[in-house]
Design a protein around this ligand. Structure first.
Ligand code: ZN
Length: 257
């Protein structure tokens, strides 16, 4: 890529990033200065949102250009405090060019409640998001965050950062944002269904239906179903409370209690 086409790409990305930042704020996926976005301009050149500025009022000139070490190349502000998480995602995935981190309230609430949504409940989840994976809790802005997502982001485009927020990736900023919106919408539907059941968790799709959906998805997109990740230390939350609650619910229905 020559210098002129790098500049052209950067200018387009600046416009899109501002639109996505405002959309993320107006849709309630973040509050105030929460969240951050990044996009790959070229090898070793990334556009990121600045640290501490209100996303609803962000302007193109507020955005920061960094290299792959997180050092600022251009910009009047410090880069996002979750920069290392973004750079880790690019390091693990050569196929992506955009990362969006937000604090969507409903899906984050599922992680606070210790309810895992890895097994698909809605068919669209498989088509748009693949599997929703929950990364174990890690202290925001520390080196623990990139470590917590390292293995999961290899195979998954939509992660929930336990008790924190979401991380979605894509080939473009629009795609990473669409996954965020879809992730939160899925959580809203499931949350409504759980309320209708008086607080009882809903069942996932039957496994044969999940298999069928993955087959269709592979034919349509060429994207393979993710395999099991061996490193369970990177998975979370393993919801023992949910398992216990489900067992109690079953026992109640069978009149053993
Ligand atoms: Zn955050």
């Amino acid at each position: 890529m020559n210098l002129r086409s790098i500049r052209e790409k950067e200018n387009k990305l600046r416009k899109t990033m501002i639109q996505i930042a405002k959309l993320t704020y107006s849709k309630g996926m973040i509050a105030a200065s929460d969240g951050n976005m990044s996009a790959k301009i070229a090898e070793n050149r990334f556009l990121v949102t600045p640290s501490g500025l209100f996303k609803g009022f962000l302007e193109e000139s507020d955005l920061v250009v960094i290299d792959q070490n997180g050092d600022v190349i251009e910009g009047n502000h410090g880069p996002s405090s979750e920069l290392m998480m973004h750079l880790k995602a690019y390091e693990m995935r050569s196929d992506i060019e955009a990362v969006v981190h937000a604090h969507p309230p409903v899906i984050t609430a599922f992680s606070v409640a210790g309810i895992d949504l890895t097994e698909a409940i809605l068919p669209e989840t498989i088509f748009i998001l693949g599997e929703i994976k929950f990364a174990q809790y890690s202290t925001p802005t520390t080196e623990d965050v990139p470590k917590a997502i390292e293995n999961l982001i290899r195979q998954h485009d939509a992660l929930v950062l336990t008790r924190h927020g979401s991380l979605t990736v894509g080939k473009t900023l629009e795609e990473a944002y669409q996954k965020l919106e879809s992730l939160e919408h899925t959580a809203k539907i499931i949350s409504e269904a759980v309320k209708l059941r008086g607080g009882k968790m809903v069942a996932p799709l039957p496994s044969n239906e999940i298999d069928k959906l993955w087959e269709i998805n592979e034919k349509l997109t060429g994207k393979k179903r993710p395999g099991k990740i061996n490193d369970i230390s990177n998975e979370g939350p393993i919801s023992h409370e949910l398992i216990a609650k489900t067992v109690m619910d079953v026992l109640k229905e069978m009149n053993f209690q």
